[in-house]
Design a protein around this ligand. Structure first.
Ligand code: SF4
Length: 264
């Protein structure tokens, strides 16, 4: 890229700053989406978690949905790797950093680990829901978060690769089926589940559980599965959740709405 190490670290630091900002913003209030279809999921889970002391998993999941809520309201997020899956990586890493008292520099270093896993998936499979289904978006984000999280917790590169493999295997074949073509339903909740998958993958790898299939083979398999997913289940909003009776009704209502974002 013709950039110095200092410039690259500084650019990653700027992304971290945006992630941290949206991480806080997403759970502060009931952010509504532009369509009105979703909003406040992250805020509500966080309030529930505070009342019931649910711990790291629901707290991180609330933050992931809060970030996805901000995305659906057209707020500023970091696509990591995509806008639809933007909550998983920051919610996982920043929640873990909070738990283990890690600072910005350590999280930024781990974002490079996440980037390399994302790059390997982009090169050998896909990061796009339209190409590979949601396994390529939320699955890749979970794999990136899992690998980076292992590093943040002091694990080895081998454990990071194992955690990435676990997270991808967990969602192998997951389709992309957004209701009305909007990145809201089921996307926002998939960010919550992707975060919990990443956290569990981290714990499993750190516990010494090995991936039977090497991470690079899992990535290649994910790409092959993605190519075999029918077009109706690759971001066309013609299958899966989008094609349920309720999903279709919502799409019809939004299309007929006088809202300028949904011209009839
Ligand atoms: S369902 Fe499709 S649009 Fe929604 S997050 Fe997954 S890949 Fe992205």
């Amino acid at each position: 890229m013709g950039k110095t190490e200092e410039e690259i670290v500084s650019a990653m630091g700027e992304r971290y700053d945006v992630m941290l900002h949206v991480y806080m913003e997403g759970i502060e209030e009931e952010t509504r989406s532009v369509s009105g279809l979703t909003g406040g999921e992250g805020y509500r889970l966080m309030k529930y978690e505070e009342k019931h002391s649910g711990g790291l998993y629901p707290r991180a999941a609330a933050r992931a949905m809060g970030i996805a809520n901000v995305n659906a309201s057209m707020g500023r997020i970091v696509a990591a790797p995509t806008a639809g899956s933007c909550g998983i990586l920051p919610a996982t890493l920043i929640s873990l950093a909070e738990q283990h008292h890690k600072g910005k520099e350590e999280v930024v270093n781990c974002l490079f680990t996440a980037s390399f896993i994302g790059e390997a998936i982009a090169e050998n499979a896909s990061l796009s829901g339209a190409e590979g289904g949601c396994q390529a978006e939320c699955g890749s984000a979970a794999a990136m978060a899992a690998g980076a999280g292992v590093e943040l917790c002091g694990g080895t590169p081998g454990q990071a690769a194992d955690a990435a493999a676990f997270a991808l295997e967990a969602v192998m074949g997951l389709v992309c089926d957004p209701v009305a073509g909007l990145v809201e339903c089921p996307c926002i909740k998939r960010n919550a589940f992707g975060t919990v998958q990443a956290l569990l993958a981290i714990d499993m790898a750190l516990a010494g559980i090995k991936s039977i299939i090497p991470a690079d083979e899992v990535i290649t398999a994910m790409g092959e599965v993605g190519r075999s997913i029918p077009e109706s289940l690759r971001e066309t909003a013609r299958g899966g959740i989008a094609a349920t009776p309720t999903g279709k009704k919502i799409a019809e209502r939004l299309t007929k709405s006088s809202d300028p974002h949904f011209p009839s």
